[in-house]
Design a protein around this ligand. Sequence first.
Ligand SMILES: NC(=O)c1ccc[n+]([C@@H]2O[C@H](COP(=O)([O-])OP(=O)(O)OC[C@H]3O[C@@H](n4cnc5c(N)ncnc54)[C@H](O)[C@@H]3O)[C@@H](O)[C@H]2O)c1
Length: 328
Amino acid sequence: MVRAAVIGCGDVSVVHLEAIDRIDGSELVGVADVDPEVAGAAAAKYGVPGFTGTTELIEAVRPDVVQISTPHDQHVDVALACLQAGVSVLSEKPVAHTTAEADRLVRWSAEHPEAVVGVCFQNRYNATSQAVRDLLSTGELGAVRGAFATVAWHRSPAYYAKRPWRGERVRAGGGSLINQAIHTIDLLQWLLGEVTAVGGRAGTYLLGEVVDVEDSAQLILDHADGVRSVMFATNTAPLDFPVSIEIVTEKATLLIRGDLTITYADGRVDVVPERRAESGGRSYWGVSHELLIADFHAHVAARKPFWIDPAEAVKSLAIIEQVYALSR
Ligand SMILES: NC(=O)c1ccc[n+]([C@@H]2O[C@H](COP(=O)([O-])OP(=O)(O)OC[C@H]3O[C@@H](n4cnc5c(N)ncnc54)[C@H](O)[C@@H]3O)[C@@H](O)[C@H]2O)c1
């Protein structure tokens, strides 16, 4: 039995709490939130002890795993407190609000290879992402010529007013890139290869009166082997359009937009449907949190390193930080 606890009981925590409830062999043993009312409400709802501090929770319930869903600037402090107490950690994305902060965790993990540490990039577990990764790895579609991706979502002033940290650079690290588009940036670099050069600009076009972070950005990413991807991300769209990633190879075009549509040069079309699993949360969080969490717990039980570790997770953050530097 993997005994799990959740620290940070806001919006996304529901997905973690419900996943732990559903996963065979996993058990929720406690929750914590710096806001005593939030901690109390989650504790009452799930019938487990609630705490306001990380150390307090660890000492009282000795979990095997802590899942962190706090604001970005809290991830590394909470993670290190857990890891130093011998507890495995699965943190929500981004690994941290800056690469300097992330490096503290990357260094600690490198010095403690026995520790199981992961970051929640659940879209790598999507059926569509995995199918693209498999197809590209065989080489059967010929060389990749390039890719184009969009994340056009709607985040209202109320979204930021409800949780002010989301609009504060000092706490969130940034806006649409680090909070929303980071999943797609992570997928581009995972599917097309590590990024060797970054171009782009981020700016605030609509939400400047409520946030000091960017609401829109364009990116140009050079991957290894001369492959380039371009991307547009915004939180100013009138609604949440489906994320799209279109990859063109010598023999086919692969379009992830909900499902994956593969259009071959000879006119054949294949569709790989995305799973319609319950996520317990909002549709745009995707369907794969539970798969990632179950896999992470399996790694904890087997005491095996997790594949999306801090060093892996910092790659998307480093790309984003370069765009911020270019935009100053
Ligand atoms: N993977 C995804 O698809 C996905 C989706 C949504 C959010 N997220 C990430 O999840 C995290 C949380 O986002 P959210 O929207 O749920 O935020 P939120 O503001 O709704 O909740 C955060 C909670 O953490 C608590 N908190 C703050 N500091 C704390 C600390 N040091 N210890 C304990 N509790 C603390 C707050 O009181 C709050 O209740 C962020 O990193 C966000 O980027 C990921």
